[in-house]
Each structure stands twice: as structure tokens, then as C-alpha cells.
Design a protein around this ligand. Structure first.
Ligand code: EPU
Length: 332
């Protein structure tokens, strides 16, 4: 591997000005097995869509650009495909739709790469990616190539083994089980409303994809026009009693009961209630249509975004007594 300094501004969807001390691109698994690192580089970069990058990234930054989509087998309505970690997630969702490999349509338009999808177990509109993953292929530092079955990946809400042990594996490819027989997922209100608006009453997977794309385009800023990393914080999960106490104060508060009896609250709503929606401090602010998305109006640094996000956390703590946890990963 050849490591050289590199401007990372084009490689993070937040558009934060950032420089890597040492950068190298990874196109092939063989580069990795030839190099055979015993420990993780300082930063493994995919689509750079869930990162809060500080101005200087010390040490080694490895950019995963492994491409390729291969059909492994077809079995009745199901198709099993292996996808390179560096493939753009949304391009893959569109390609899968074209091929009638259905089952990922609720996850259309999520930024980032295929290799990053299992790390935080991306989810949207009632579907989590772990439901369609069969295996994850990875390089285990100090060990070599390994294949993990989905059951061994400890998938949970925005969480996985890869997130819990960030310095253990580098994901090189992901296997998916897709097919024409998955029932469409329409239980999210936003999807139902959009399908009704589009005049669709018996939706097929392409209708769901279209609905999701339209919803996301309305609510979430296009990072190529306005830098952002999607939801900046996680939705807090609280005991039922705490959720009840809060909704007694404000019956309009959105809340989603979970199977384990706890309740998921909407961080965006909490932040909105603190008056931050559309609020701007210099180059940083909360998006006008979704307070949970922090945006870069032009030339912000990671340090400025961090300071702004801490102001948001303090406001929510003061008003609701709740600590918001970052969803984006801070690097540098
Ligand atoms: N809300 C407000 N004001 C706001 C923002 C939201 O009142 O400024 C309310 C909404 O009206 C709604 C509720 O809060 O009642 C939840 O908002 P929304 O439906 O937009 O979803 P979310 O919980 O903010 C989550 C994911 C998104 C995912 C959507 C759709 C997390 C942290 N975020 O957002 O994921 O696209 O649901 O499933 O779980 C991401 O992870 O980067 C991401 C964008």
C-alpha cells in the first residue's frame, strides 16, 4: 500500500474540509491479503455518508472501492447475489430492481456504500438491511479473510458486531437474498400516504421504491447540493413510563412502542420542539424540513458541526431531560 496525503472533502457527504495524513485506495481483496495488516488502519472510508470528519485525519485512511455484483445462485423466486463493499448503495438498489431482485426497495436513496450498510444496519420505512443479508465477507485483522453468517453479525437497531468491534473487520463484500416473493412493506404511514397520493392501491416493489425516493427527496436534503450525513442523532429509546410522562405533557409527541416494551421517540421532533428546525449558526444548521439532519451550508469544518451538535444536545437535555446519542461517527 502506498500512503500519501489527500484532501478528503470530496469523499464525505457532509462536504467538511478535511485532510488525510496518509490515503490509499483499495480496489481488490488481493491488495489486502498481500498487505496482510495485523491491525486496522486509522480510518476505513466507504461512501463517507455517516461521518463527522475533523479537519485533520491522522495516520492511515483506506478508501474501499471494491466493485462487482455477482449472482451466486437462483432458486425459485429467490436470487442470491454477492456485492462488492465499494458499490454505491442506491445504485445497487436500482440495479436490483431492474433485475427483479426485490426486497430492498424501502432502503432506496440511502447514501453510502454496500460495505457500510451492515455496519450500522441501515434501516428505513419498516425494513432493516439485516433482513436481506445472508453473509458478510470481511478481512479480520491479524487473521485473514472470513465469512460471517448474518446470525453471527449481532444486528440490532443501527448496530452490529462491526460497529461494536470497529477495529476487528474490514468488510469486502455482502451477500443478499432477494426475490419476487417478499410481501411489500407498507406499514409506515409515510409510505401509505405517498402510495395513495400516487394513486397506487396494489403496490409492487417498484411502486414502493418510487414512493420512498419521493418521500426522501421531500424530507432529506440532497448532499450533493447541501452537505449532510442524514440523521445526526439516533432516535432515543426510553422506558414506557418516561414516554408516557412526556406524552402527557404533549399528546402530539410521536412515539413508537417496541416489542420489548420500551418506546422509541423521534429525535427530530424533540430537536424541532427546541426551536432548531431551520436554525443556522454560520455555515452550520438544522435542515428546514427535518431538524434531525444537520447541514453544511458551505464551508463548515467538523469542529464547527460538533460544537453546533453539542448545542442541540444541551437544548434537548434541558427541555426533555434526555441525552441524544450521535448516530454519525466522529473521526479525526
Ligand atoms: N419530526 C418533527 N420535526 C422534525 C423532524 C421530525 O416533528 O424536524 C417528526 C415527524 O413528523 C415524525 C417523527 O418526528 O412524526 C419522525 O420523523 P421521520 O419520519 O422523518 O423519521 P426519523 O425518525 O426522523 C428515521 C431514520 C431515518 C429514516 C426515517 C424513515 C433514525 C435516526 N433515522 O428518521 O434514517 O430514513 O426514519 O424510516 O432512525 C439516517 O439514519 O440517516 C436516516 C435518515
Amino acid at each position: 500500500m502506498n500512503w500519501s496525503p489527500r484532501d478528503l472533502t470530496p469523499f464525505n457527504t457532509f462536504g467538511l474540509r478535511s485532510t488525510a495524513e496518509g490515503y490509499a485506495a483499495l480496489y481488490k481483496v488481493q491488495q489486502l491479503t498481500d498487505w496482510a495488516p495485523k491491525s486496522a488502519p486509522d480510518l476505513v472510508l466507504g461512501g463517507g455518508s455517516n461521518l463527522l470528519m475533523m479537519s485533520q485525519i491522522p495516520g492511515k485512511t483506506l478508501h474501499v472501492l471494491i466493485k462487482g455484483v455477482d449472482v451466486l445462485k437462483e432458486e425459485g423466486p429467490r436470487t442470491y447475489v454477492r456485492v462488492g463493499a465499494g458499490v454505491n448503495w442506491h445504485q445497487f438498489v436500482l440495479y436490483a430492481l431492474e433485475n427483479h431482485w426485490y426486497g430492498l426497495e424501502n432502503l432506496a436513496l440511502i447514501p453510502g456504500t454496500v460495505g457500510a450498510a451492515p455496519v450500522q444496519n441501515i434501516g428505513a420505512y419498516g425494513l432493516e438491511v439485516c433482513e436481506r443479508i445472508t453473509h458478510v465477507h470481511a478481512y479480520e485483522y491479524g487473521h485473514g479473510m472470513v465469512t460471517l453468517a448474518a446470525n453471527d453479525c449481532q444486528f440490532a437497531y443501527r448496530d452490529s458486531l462491526f460497529k461494536r468491534e470497529p477495529n476487528r473487520f474490514l468488510i469486502t463484500a455482502v451477500d443478499f437474498e432477494l426475490g419476487t416473493d417478499y410481501p411489500v412493506r407498507t406499514h409506515y404511514g409515510a409510505i401509505q400516504n405517498k402510495l395513495a397520493e400516487n394513486g397506487v392501491d396494489d403496490p409492487a416493489p417498484p411502486d414502493i421504491a418510487r414512493a420512498v425516493i419521493e418521500i426522501r427527496n421531500q424530507k432529506l436534503p440532497d448532499w450533493s447540493l447541501l452537505g449532510n450525513s442524514g440523521s445526526f442523532f439516533k432516535n432515543p429509546i426510553v422506558p414506557a413510563a418516561q414516554a408516557r410522562a412526556l406524552s402527557n405533557q404533549d399528546p402530539d409527541m410521536p412515539s413508537y412502542p417496541l416489542e420489548d416494551g420500551r418506546v422509541k421517540l423521534a429525535a427530530g421532533w424533540l430537536i424541532d420542539q427546541c426551536g432548531f428546525k431551520g436554525l443556522r449558526r454560520g455555515a452550520v444548521g438544522c435542515y428546514k424540513n427535518q431538524a434531525l439532519v444537520i447541514v453544511n451550508h458551505g464551508s463548515a469544518t467538523g469542529e464547527e458541526v460538533l460544537a453546533f451538535s453539542q448545542e442541540v444536545q444541551r437544548a434537548v437535555q434541558t427541555k426533555f431531560g434526555m441525552e441524544l446519542e450521535r448516530e454519525v461517527r466522529l473521526v479525526g
